[in-house]
Design a protein around this ligand. Structure first.
Ligand code: TUI
Length: 316
């Protein structure tokens, strides 16, 4: 059995938390991951306060286990969603795409465990000082909105930067090899996004799952660099069009934002091959089959355990 520090911190069987994927991480997926022994999360990004409250109630009808909420800080609904997690007594909040400093005090007073995603050691240090319980160091192998550094470079630097809180690894981790490597770099657990896209219990459109399963290592790319919000997704008609427009001198930020709005929803909920943006990480090429969430976590941790046990043979 692989027991890492976040098993104790979050009272979970597997040292795995689920990424807060907008339009993907709904009550079904969150409840399934929590029921299976990991930490499931609902993504608040695509919802206003009342929609999130309804999704939380739905998840509670599907599991007795604790689950968390991910708050995407660029969302216009952040202030109301930040209140709903307190009112609903959500035990764990992860944040992404920004600095959650102004919310942490209120969440801590409400007894919430706060796990901000960081893409730099500077933000990690700031989060520790602000009272975060752990940080999630997410490398740019991840899908969706990403920072500059790879997991390999970011993770040990974040581990050095924080003094007393665990660091959870994210970005590019899809099997036991990735989990074992993350442990070697100092991780206390891992966050998985792309691996759960193809979980049996994930409710996204089948076209999305098919695209992830068909992806090779070089089949993701990033868009959005020109206006400062890089996003990783599977190559598609959408990313080709967006890239062309992004670098056309006459394109404005408003025009590009309008093109992006709704593209993830169209991919996840409608399977729209023409206009959908199929966000996924570079580990898409490692996803070979649809499996239940429990099997994903069991196989990953069993493989990591074997690798970590066997690593001593290299030391003479
Ligand atoms: O947030 C994510 N991934 C996401 S959010 C999202 S929704 C979206 N849709 C369209 C365009 C843009 C976003 C899809 N995927 N991951 C967590 C994450 N946070 N990755 C990187 C960061 C990050 C980056 C810089 C966190 C903090 C940061 O610095 C903030 C600061 O102010 O210092």
């Amino acid at each position: 059995m692989l027991r890492l520090p976040i098993c104790e911190l979050l009272s979970i069987e597997f040292p795995i938390i689920q990424g807060g994927m907008a339009w993907v991480a709904d009550a079904h997926l969150a409840a399934a991951v929590s029921n299976a022994g990991g930490m499931g999360l609902i993504a608040g990004m695509s919802m206003n306060g009342e929609q999130l409250r309804a999704e939380i109630h739905k998840a509670r009808s599907l599991t007795d286990k604790p689950f968390g909420v991910n708050i995407m800080l660029m969302s216009p609904h952040t202030p109301e969603v930040a209140k709903v997690v307190i009112e609903e007594k959500i035990p764990v909040v992860t944040t992404g795409a920004g600095n959650p400093s102004s919310y942490i005090k209120a969440w801590k007073e409400a007894g919430i465990q706060v796990l901000p995603v960081v893409a730099s050691s500077g933000l990690a240090k700031m989060m520790e000082r602000a009272g975060a319980d752990a940080v999630i160091a997410e490398g740019c192998e991840a899908g969706g909105h990403i920072g500059e550094l790879t997991t390999m470079a970011l993770l040990p630097q974040v581990c050095d930067a924080v003094k007393n809180i665990p660091v959870i690894a994210a970005g590019g981790i899809a099997d036991g090899r990735g989990l074992a490597a993350a442990v070697m770099l100092g991780a206390a657990g891992a966050q998985l996004g792309t691996a759960f896209l193809v979980a049996e219990e994930c409710t996204i459109h089948e076209n999305y799952k098919k695209r992830v399963l068909a992806a090779k290592d070089i089949d993701t790319l990033t868009t959005g660099h020109r206006f400062g919000h890089p996003v990783r997704a599977l190559k598609s008609n959408f990313t080709r069009t967006y890239r062309k427009k992004e670098f056309a001198p006459e394109s404005t930020q408003e025009e590009l934002e309008a093109l992006g709005v709704g593209a993830l929803r169209r991919a996840a909920r409608e399977g729209d091959e023409e206009n959908g943006c199929f966000m996924a990480g570079q580990s898409a090429g490692l996803q070979k089959s649809i499996r239940p969430a429990r099997q994903i976590m069991e196989e990953m941790t069993a493989q990591a355990e074997e690798i970590l046990k066997g690593a001593a043979r290299w030391v003479k």
